[in-house]
Design a protein around this ligand. Sequence first.
Ligand code: PMP
Length: 436
Amino acid sequence: MNRKQSEHLYQEALKHIVGGVNSPSRSFKAVGGGAPVFMSKAQGAHFWDVDGNKYIDYLAAYGPIITGHAHPHITEAITRAAASGVLYGTPTELEIKLAKMLKEAIPSMDKVRFVNSGTEAVMTTIRVARAYTKRNKIIKFAGCYHGHSDLVLVAAGSGPSTLGIPDSAGIPTSIAHEVITVPFNNTGALKEALDKWGDDVAAVMVEPIVGNFGMVMPEAGFLESLCRLAREYGALVIYDEVITAFRFHYGSAQTYAGLANHEAIKPDLTALGKIIGGGLPIGAYGGSKEIMEQVAPLGPAYQAGTMAGNPASISAGIACLEVLQGAGVYDEMERLAVRLTEGLGASAARHGVPLTINRIRGAFSTHFCDHPVTNYDEAQDTDGEMFAAFFRHMLDQGVNLAPSKYEAWFLTTAHTDEDIDFTLEAAEKGFAKLKA
Ligand code: PMP
């Protein structure tokens, strides 16, 4: 496949934009380097690059594009909003409509606040939790990504439950020391951390279903124990549902049928983003009235935003959720994901390629290994070179995946059986090549 124009644009981009990309996850660093593909058009489940090559898209822009690209209902909503002025700096009725839709779907939220990204949403839930509990520390889980604010860019030190070390330059160790990182699906490590630092822990923060080291379900009882332990020690529970909300069903992970006992896993605060903006920039956070009333102008925790709740993002979000209310949309995404994962699994097995697939409804992750993936250590212990070779092969065949072994494949309402057939044919050749 010829990608000369992408290569040319990458060289140009490198001169003006740091690393040539506006988010490091878009670079091909993790898959051997070189020019990422510059796309110029997207429609439904397909992309076209600047050289005219066509791709089936399973990246879905890292999640938001669940209805496929340029969905007519969303495009119409954005166009309407643009024609009426894109930013007012005043409240609008639209914001109430989207807030109500979110509250109906996610009952743990009495009150919400819109922001501009998942990063902002998470960052603010932490501030609110600290304001409410008057404590400082947070506990998070290794491998869960919560955006790029200081506190959550902290990794585990050595040992099962340790104070964090910064994951990025520019984060003072004094801040990292306010974060404790423990392994996902490990109640013992969480308890150990709470025993040690519990009287200063403001919140336990988790992706209730993980989307950032593959798709990983919490083991039976894990979220129940997490919530019970947090409360025992007077800490709040924050769910980062930036990926998971509206991903598996019309609602969030905390109300997903795959997780039992919804009352026992109810969080105090929830952070949202991605899908709820229909592809435009958005984030939101919410929780009980009492906790949310910590936020300005009612309370002492400050959070604001010039662009927050802008009519374009809110209109796109409402339109996206309306599409997702359609009958059977999630079942259809799951049907296609089942076909695709069964096909990929069988194809890998035929060629002796070790492949673990974690699928939850219409989203899944592929791990080049022969063991289960239930936590970050297991996700790291997979063959990155094999993934990189497979990724590049699929790209050359016209299938666009995320350029990282940790990211998920997302089905959208726009994918068809024909796309699955095409993808499986490409993968069959790919697995054959890996073992050649
Ligand atoms: N939380 C989770 C679970 C995420 O996956 C992401 C982004 N991948 C974020 C937060 C940050 O969201 P944003 O990129 O919109 O700031």
